[in-house]
Design a binder for this molecule. Structure first.
Ligand SMILES: Nc1ncnc2c1ncn2[C@@H]1O[C@H](COP(=O)(O)OP(=O)(O)O)[C@@H](O)[C@H]1O
Ligand SMILES: [Mg+2]
Length: 524
């Protein structure tokens, strides 16, 4: 596709966003007068009926008009509050990925094209679709196995979506490039890199062999785990445009009433869900990153069965250890440790003061311990933590942001199941076990009881960790000498950094919006 085509596409995006009143609803406080002017100009062109709508509704309308790629772009930007700001990220996260079905004939053609065999030879039955989203739709089907007929789920890529997406992506690259070229001071937001990340995740999502591989990997990881599994993949009927898997006969977690009626233990399900998620992240470093209740079934035996692994996340050893220590630190209220792991991991530049950092973390952790358990959110805690770490110049780590977003979702599901859900109690066995198994010899760990003392004694027993304790000790000495306080300078610096951050986020939005509007006007 030509660059001119990309300009045309942008013009259309700008026009739709303006007409649906999205541009008008972007925050503009603290930005140059030009932006305010642009905003009023855009509001003149907005449809009158958009005026009475919430921004989330305006976004939904605009995305529905723009097409499937934009749902994906919206969902992706929802995971980047560092780029679009927390508010807008929240609205974008609410975008529903439900679309009209495409004809079964198109599915049959895609299956035959991808697998090189006629549908009749592959399946004894292929039924009309039961669910459709921007990238794919799912048909129930049936195959003959050695043990007789077996029901399967057949997920097929939406025709033309790959081509369309690459064209839309070209338009996004153009915006990113224009931004970097003409507004060099906004390069900090790395628009081209952000676009590349979007391209990468979506490419993965649009190759169903990769979804099948993700299912198979997580199946292997969890084969001995209690209460959680994923559908088995039928590799013979899987290709780039189609994945076939075991059909799950179960109740969706979004249907709490039905779960109750079927006699499932909802409290136990909530615990299992969180524990499974933590096991996947901490132990395996590989997690399902789209765990909303529509993707989670409970089968008749009470097992949680997760489907839809188009998006998954990976954490390296270092990140896992970082996460475990942070959670454990919060559970045991060891804020200095939490602060230290940030420095040890090299996430926070060493010129910062560990003690001040620990203090900021304490400010997040302490209020939590005074609250009733059911109101304490681990996902929210990580959200706050990342906000604070940013003030201390911690670079955004996309994999950690993904984890934090997923945790918010998983925890939300657990709370729907059990409104009195105690996240910390549910997490403790998994986190503590991981700490015991990974940060110290099992032998010592088994001799000790859980809790803070265990962690301290464990640390003392290990020479490697002992040096760290020494460091901690000197840190503590330093703190006791220099005091632990938020002096006016620190407070002011943080205030400034915060203001700068919100402004950057907003500015970026406006640059994108202005580019779109400018192009729209020129093309018009
Ligand atoms: N293995 C399965 N067994 C039964 N139903 C399934 C299965 N896989 C998907 N579905 C149904 O199809 C819907 C869409 O599939 P999903 O993989 O979540 O795709 P999407 O990416 O479109 O959300 C699911 O919400 C579920 O209702
Ligand atoms: Mg789904």
């Amino acid at each position: 596709m030509s660059t001119l085509g990309a300009y045309f596409r942008l013009a259309r995006v700008g026009w739709v966003l303006m007409r649906e009143g999205v541009i008008e609803s972007l925050p503009a406080e603290g930005l140059p007068p030009m932006v305010a002017f642009g905003k009023s100009a855009a509001s003149l062109l907005a449809r009158r009926r958009s005026k009475s709508q919430q921004r989330s509704d305006r976004l939904a309308k605009a995305v529905a008009r723009l097409g499937p790629s934009y749902v994906k772009i919206g969902q992706f930007l929802a995971t980047r509050p560092d780029v679009v700001g927390a508010d807008l990220a929240e609205d974008l996260a609410g975008l529903q990925d439900r679309m009209d079905f495409f004809p079964i004939e198109a599915s049959r053609a895609a299956i035959e094209g991808s697998l090189g065999r006629p549908v009749e030879e592959l399946f004894t039955r292929l039924d009309p679709p039961v669910a459709a989203a921007s990238i794919a739709q799912v048909h129930p089907g049936e195959v003959i196995t050695a043990d007789g007929p077996r029901k399967v789920a057949v997920k097929v890529i939406r025709p033309g979506v790959r081509r369309r997406f690459s064209a839309d992506l070209e338009a996004m690259y153009l915006v990113a490039w224009l931004q970097e070229r003409f507004l060099p001071h906004t390069r900090r937001l790395r628009p081209v890199e952000v676009t590349r990340a979007l391209e990468q995740t979506t490419k993965v999502e649009m190759d169903l062999r990769l979804e099948a591989a993700a299912l198979s990997e997580i199946a292997e990881n969890t084969k001995d785990d209690p209460g959680f599994r994923v559908p088995a993949v039928d590799w013979e009927r899987t290709g780039r445009d189609v994945v076939t898997m075991e059909w799950i006969d179960g109740i969706k977690m979004s249907n709490v009433e039905a779960l109750k009626a079927a006699g499932h233990d909802l409290d136990a399900l909530a615990d299992t869900l969180i524990q499974s998620f933590l096991r996947h992240t901490l132990r395996d470093g590989f997690f399902h990153a789209d765990m909303h209740p529509g993707n989670l079934f409970v089968d008749p035996t009470g097992m949680i069965v997760a489907v839809d692994m188009g998006i998954s996340g990976r954490l390296g050893k270092k990140e896992r250890r970082f996460l475990a220590e942070i959670l454990y630190g919060f559970i045991t209220r060891d804020y200095v440790r939490v602060a230290e792991v940030h420095f040890e991991a090299g996430y926070v530049p060493s010129h910062h003061n560990v003690a001040s950092f620990a203090q900021a973390i304490r400010a997040i952790g302490e209020p939590i311990h005074g609250q009733p358990a059911e109101t304490i959110s681990m996902g929210r805690l990580l959200t706050l933590l990342f906000e604070v770490t940013e003030l201390f110049e911690m670079e955004t780590r996309p994999e950690l942001v993904m984890l934090q977003k997923t945790m918010v979702v998983v925890e939300g599901v657990a709370r729907i199941l059990n409104p009195r859900f105690n996240m910390w109690k549910a997490a403790d066995p998994v986190v503590s076990k991981w700490i015991r198994d990974n940060l110290g010899p099992r032998r010592i760990a088994t001799d000790l009881k859980d809790g803070v003392k265990a962690a301290v004694r464990l640390a003392e027993a290990l020479p490697e960790i002992a040096t760290k304790t020494e460091k901690l000790h000197s840190e503590l000495m330093h703190m006791s000498e220099n005091g632990l306080r938020f002096d006016p300078e620190t407070a002011e610096a943080i205030g400034k950094a915060e203001a700068r951050h919100t402004r950057w986020g907003r500015l970026a939005l406006w640059i994108i919006a202005a580019a779109l509007v400018a192009i729209a006007i020129q093309m018009g």
